[in-house]
Design a protein around this ligand. Structure first.
Ligand code: ZN
Length: 113
């Protein structure tokens, strides 16, 4: 017995398999059985120093003095950073800090508020 997903178009449970495709007999929608798996692996979870999941728009505080590249400024421990944006890369948080401007942080050096 295979446990096939319901039709994404009309929600019918009477879907059947045809090779690698799934077919809905009620609305004639066809889709690839592998679709759901590939979208799941896309979502990369970014976590703070405590292992909490971070999301766009979160407010975090810095847990360590961080030198700002190319300047003498330092982002002090406890600095609150509002409205972060998660990005790909070594520094995975894009943000704007009062008095410093736009910069990138590493998620391991912040804590969700
Ligand atoms: Zn359908």
């Amino acid at each position: 017995m295979s446990n096939l997903p319901a039709c994404p178009q009309c929600g019918s449970e009477y879907t059947y398999e045809d090779g690698t495709m799934l077919i809905c007999p009620e609305c004639a929608h066809e889709w690839s059985a592998n679709d759901s798996e590939s979208t799941e692996s896309e979502g990369k979870v970014i976590r703070d120093a405590n292992g909490n999941e971070l999301q766009d728009g979160d407010t975090v505080t810095v847990i360590k003095d961080l030198k700002v590249k190319g300047s003498s400024s330092v982002v002090k421990v406890g600095t609150k950073v509002k409205n972060i944006r998660l990005v790909d890369g070594d520094h995975d948080i894009d943000c704007k800090i009062d008095g410093i401007g736009a910069m990138k942080l590493k998620s391991e050096f912040v804590k969700k508020v």
